[in-house]
Design a protein around this ligand. Sequence first.
Ligand code: PBG
Length: 324
Amino acid sequence: MLIRPRRLRRTAAMRAMVRETRLSSSMLVYPVFIREGRNIVEEVGAMPGQKRYSPDEFPKALERLANVGVNNVLLFGLPEHKDEEGSGARLENGVVQQALREGKKRFPQMLFITDVCLCEYTSHGHCGVLKEGVVDNDPTVELLAQTAVSQALAGADVVAPSDMMDGRVGAIRTALDKAGLTDTAILSYAVKYASAFYGPFREAADSAPAFGDRRSYQMDPCNAREALRETALDVAEGADIVMVKPGLPYLDILKAVKEVSPVPVGAYCVSGEYSMIKAAAMKGWLDEERVVCEAATCLARAGADILITYHAPELAGWIREGRV
Ligand code: PBG
């Protein structure tokens, strides 16, 4: 036999040398839930190990991340009061805005990304304002742009619209530029599917829609070519980074987007993916470390330049120890 592929699999050093995919903690982004209040750190029931922090406690989360070498965070806010128009999202002293100021002060070297959406702030839980029970695109885009500007003024380095309204990336870019925020980057949730894998997040962020679902604005899981259309649109509107979401069940989409995207591509390993692994690990049915390392590797192999994951702190440790 002339060719024996097993030669390159013989030892750990050999396998490490010929590896096609390598992870780095600089690619990791950790999502953090910020809730109104003081001195609060509370567990998220459906996501064991994940917490909600009040703005004053947020630096504690950042300290833990800094210690393990995770430099990038993605903020979600849970306001005290919700209303029809999600006005809490764009308040100068909103919950995310407060956290940004606290965080930036203590950890200026870290990168602060903010989720731009209204679902955590609306009384009905939909991602925009309603007209006759349907999310009304254009007025919502206006409010999202105001939200992004408000977050950028409070210190966000990157704003990440996750609402899936049409035209929001362009509107956000225009609004940021008009406010003199030309250096604030846009990470677009360009390819976001209407997924049941967001279930645990909706408990964490208290953002489940009070009626109906999100299928009139998020993408149909049956569609792949549409992902390329969404990517092209958002890039044309000024997205600096695009993202595919969820992660593992959508590797084909991630790969297709990576092939056409001129900008960096992120993958979001969502709450349901986290909770499935966590639940199985807690039962002793899966080896959490190995499964998380393998999943992250597969997402990177499929094309993720950036990986948003609730396992970021653990993963960073495993990367540092050379376990992956
Ligand atoms: C807000 C938003 C959601 C997620 C990120 N941003 C929920 C949703 O669209 O219903 C999901 C994140 C996760 O499941 O980890 N629109």
